[in-house]
Design a protein around this ligand. Sequence first.
Ligand code: HEM
Ligand code: HEM
Length: 187
Amino acid sequence: MGGPALANTEHRYGWIAIVLHWSMAALLLGLVVLGIYMVRLPDVGYDREKITLILAHKALGMIALAAVVARLAWRLTNALPRFVDGLAEWEQVSALFVHMWLYALMFALPVTGWLMSSAGGYPTPVFSWFNAPDLIAVNEHLFQALIDVHRWLGYAFAAIIALHSAAALRHHVALKDDTLRKMLPGA
Ligand code: HEM
Ligand code: HEM
């Protein structure tokens, strides 16, 4: 058996799903770390570093939103590789449940971030390419609420990523099955 094809097969993920999975994993983990770091910087006047990092966080977050739209479209129109043989029913159900939550949060985080910026009256520039349009009118009460929602969704996302990664590593290291290899480029 050679390396992966472009598309998924019944037995493994293909190149497109692999590149989307690992590049988005890096981007999303980076966004969580950046988010937590930047909000803890001192809020003195027009602190340059803080503003620069928030703008980078917003632009990268909007790119993550575009990427997850493409990824979900690919997933829904492509074969879904089967789980490795011998998984208990609760394991299959848990894996699908966790994947569903990962998708829900990959959408909910950028959307709440974008809504938050709109409600706060702040623009959402995507680097210097273009400004994403405001989704809702300025509303100070909603702005404060959305900051909390975005924060707690971010923490929940980190927890679910940890669970998902621990499960993948358990399959690879303890159970020694092909679960992780299905998502890796090798043969
Ligand atoms: C998948 C994408 C995203 C992830 C994983 C993410 C994650 C986070 C996290 C973990 C925090 C820190 C929360 C805290 O500790 O208080 C944060 C803060 C923030 N995020 Fe995001 N974010 C994403 C997308 C976006 C987008 C698209 C925008 C805006 C367009 C945005 C705007 C903000 C802002 C303004 C803050 C600071 C809020 C404050 O002042 O407390 N985020 N984000
Ligand atoms: C931000 C981090 C991550 C996110 C959002 C994420 C998301 C997902 C999603 C949604 C799937 C289902 C397939 C798909 O529709 O693309 C998946 C599959 C998978 N992920 Fe992740 N993942 C992340 C990090 C990781 C890490 C760090 C590992 C390994 C330690 C990992 C290992 C796997 C494996 C092995 C599969 C295939 C499971 C199977 O079908 O049997 N993921 N991931």
